[in-house]
Design a protein around this ligand. Structure first.
Ligand code: ADP
Ligand code: 5GP
Length: 187
């Protein structure tokens, strides 16, 4: 059995984290993607238990109070958090667990799991980020404005992370993530 590991992927909304992760998981089926809990409404096509565990605010607050979340944060008016038990179990079993979370959550993980590999995904530019958010066409105008506003401060924190990857060409970004994950230390 290998050694369990925690990998954190962070970056502004719309930068392409979900797209990169889907491609990464397709190539490396042994990686385990943590399913977060959120109070956000499901987008068309999102499935409860698969994309997120969709919960009420009351349920989320209960999870926080009972210490069931490894980290959590409020983002653009909704709560998001990582259920603790599945992550700890997988790591104990020697699995590599990936968290796709925003900045505040990544900062909490830095304190509780200092050995986690933390990757920050950057857009080629803010204009391109706005284009991607709008063309994803899944958020209201108000949500897009809040996400862009938050993006500016998140991008300023990219240096806090172990590596920074610009998601311009998807394949190149994917290769950089793969080499950070799988290259022998020091390469
Ligand atoms: P996030 O999970 O970070 O919010 P998504 O994965 O939903 O972002 O991607 C946002 C939009 O950007 C999607 O429409 C996606 O198809 C597009 N996208 C992702 N990566 C790239 C890329 N390298 N070049 C162009 N468009 C991209
Ligand atoms: P979205 O609503 O676009 O799915 O996600 C909004 C933001 O919440 C993204 O930046 C995403 O990475 C982040 N996020 C998703 N799950 C979690 C989580 O469990 N914890 C934290 N802190 N952020 C999360």
């Amino acid at each position: 059995m290998g050694t369990g590991r925690l990998i954190v992927l962070t970056g502004p909304s719309g930068v392409g984290k979900g797209t990169l992760l889907r491609a990464l998981l397709k190539r490396h089926s042994d990686l385990y993607l943590s399913v977060s809990a959120t109070t956000r409404q499901p987008r068309p096509g999102e499935i409860d238990g698969q994309h997120y565990q969709f919960v009420s605010r009351i349920e989320f607050e209960r999870m926080v109070a009972q210490g069931e979340l490894l980290e959590w944060a409020e983002f653009a008016g909704n709560y998001y958090g990582t259920p603790r038990r599945p992550v700890e179990e997988k790591i104990r079993q020697g699995k590599w667990v990936v968290l796709e979370i925003e900045l505040e959550g990544a900062r909490q993980i830095r304190k509780t799991f200092p050995e986690a590999l933390r990757i920050f995904i950057l857009p080629p530019s803010l204009i391109e980020l706005e284009y991607r958010l709008r063309h994803r066409a899944q958020d209201s105008e108000e949500a897009i404005v809040r996400r862009l506003d938050r993006a500016r401060s998140e991008i300023n924190a990219a240096d806090e992370f172990d590596i920074q990857v610009i998601n311009d060409d998807l394949e190149k970004a994917l290769e950089r993530i793969e080499s950070a994950l799988f290259a022998p230390a020091g390469v």
